[in-house]
Design a protein around this ligand. Structure first.
Ligand SMILES: [Zn+2]
Ligand SMILES: [Zn+2]
Length: 79
């Protein structure tokens, strides 16, 4: 099973919704195909990788960055 874009996703490509967000209107993001597709399954019909169902959790990411930043500071002070 390959994890590369074969161009099939073009027929599933979703257009930008005018009122709702992409994920709210049922669109999913394929990072391999670099496209938003309208597909009911959890895996991309084109390349077979798992689709992103919701937007990035920015809060979680910020927390993660903060922790790594603090760790760096500790290392600097320790030296
Ligand atoms: Zn594709
Ligand atoms: Zn894909």
């Amino acid at each position: 099973m390959s994890c590369t874009c074969s161009g099939k996703c073009i027929s599933y490509k979703a257009s930008m919704p005018s009122h709702k967000g992409r994920y709210e209107s049922g669109q999913k993001r394929c990072n391999s195909c670099n496209a938003y597709i309208f597909w009911k399954g959890r895996f991309c019909p084109c390349c077979g990788i798992r689709l992103r169902l919701s937007p990035r959790n920015s809060k979680h990411k910020q927390k993660f960055l903060k922790i790594t930043h603090q760790r760096k500071e500790v290392v600097i002070h320790g030296m």
